[in-house]
Design a protein around this ligand. Structure first.
Ligand code: GDP
Ligand code: FO1
Length: 308
């Protein structure tokens, strides 16, 4: 049994690699829900869960890493005619997921049960679990105002300097059912190359999660390669919270709970400094720009985790 902590696009690459090399029934994925909006134009949005689900169902738009492949945007176009905001690109097929999720939610089902249902209907064998059933949206404080993370990222193109990150309700949130159990029962835990502030950050802030990981065997993969993110605003967010943008900066964020870290070959200059933090450190080609490279990194991480 392997349990994985995941955000969206970066995590999905590694998870696809893992799904190719192990029985999917033995894979549990705890997903960030800090990006969620429970009432976005009437719909329950859970972007990271959808990215992982669509990836494992082999229906993700691989060029973007999110949304459904070959989707159309007719509904969005019509919403635009009505004068609604269209910056969040929900395709027609993707909308079906959102309509179903919202309908189940309004019937009183929690996000974990909803995700289980959606996963089953998409024939996904791995277990996808939201980090919590409590609504814990992440907000980004900038000099121009405070915005929900999706608004900061997509509407405003992550162009503003980050003054602070606000994890709403996070201290009150309980882990979703099976989260702690899946960590406790795992042979090892993998922390995907996800945004350390807004993807892994919210997960480890949920009650009991960090403490449980601490007691277990774990390995993380750095999302920062050559002192910058491959994609997305991790650099602005890390700087905003006072961390240096490097594999060493990632190691410092994860230092209190991980046992091992994989950094990219290009970052070997940080090996010694990371070791001094008390972390086992390995280096590998972590750029997952093909299925083969996703599989290679997943296999390497799994072997190091299980000490093979
Ligand atoms: P998001 O929620 O959709 O932003 O996705 P994640 O949080 O899961 O991942 C975002 C992070 O993944 C970014 O900081 C990227 O630098 C990192 N990332 C994306 N692709 C790769 C890759 O191929 N290799 C590594 N090492 N990191 C990656
Ligand atoms: N990312 C974008 O950059 N632009 C979009 O319009 C967009 C829409 C979208 C719709 C559904 C979904 O599941 C994901 C979507 N994403 C979009 C990706 C996603 O919002 C981000 O990659 C993550 O939330 C960042 O963690």
């Amino acid at each position: 049994m392997i349990t994985v902590l995941a955000g969206g696009v970066g995590a999905a690459k590694l998870i696809l690699g893992l799904a190719n090399i192990m029985p999917n029934e033995n894979l549990t994925i705890i997903v960030n829900t800090g990006d969620d909006r429970i009432d976005f134009q009437g719909l329950y949005i859970s972007p990271d869960i959808d990215i992982i689900m669509y990836t494992l169902a082999n229906m993700v738009d691989t060029s973007k890493g999110w949304g459904v492949a070959n989707d159309t945007f007719n509904c969005l176009e019509m919403l635009g005619i009505y004068g609604l905001e269209t910056w969040f690109q929900l395709g027609d097929k993707d909308l079906a997921t959102h309509i179903y999720r919202t309908w189940l939610y309004r019937q009183g089902y929690n996000l974990d049960k909803i995700t289980e249902t959606l996963s089953r209907k998409l024939s996904i064998k791995a277990k996808i679990i939201p980090m919590t059933n409590t609504y814990t949206p992440t907000f980004i404080k900038t000099p121009r105002g405070t915005f929900h993370f999706e608004e900061y990222l997509i509407k405003y193109h992550a162009s503003d300097k980050v003054d602070d990150v606000i994890y709403k309700n996070i201290e009150k949130a309980e882990p979703a059912p099976r989260v702690i159990e899946s960590l406790e029962n795992a042979d090892g835990i993998i922390i995907c190359p996800s945004n350390p502030i807004v993807s892994i950050g919210p997960i480890i802030k949920i009650k009991g999660i960090k403490e449980t990981i601490k007691k277990k065997n774990s390995i993380a993969i750095s999302p920062i390669v050559g002192d910058k993110p491959i994609k997305g605003p991790a650099d602005k967010l890390m700087l905003g919270l006072g961390y240096e943008v490097s594999a060493l900066g990632v190691a410092k964020i994860y230092q209190s709970f991980i046992k091992s870290l994989i950094i990219d070959d290009i970052d070997i200059k940080y090996l010694e400094k990371i070791k001094k933090l008390g972390i086992n450190v390995y280096h590998f080609d972590t750029i997952m720009d093909s299925t083969q490279k996703k599989v290679n990194l997943a296999r390497y991480a799994l072997n190091k985790l299980l000490d093979k």
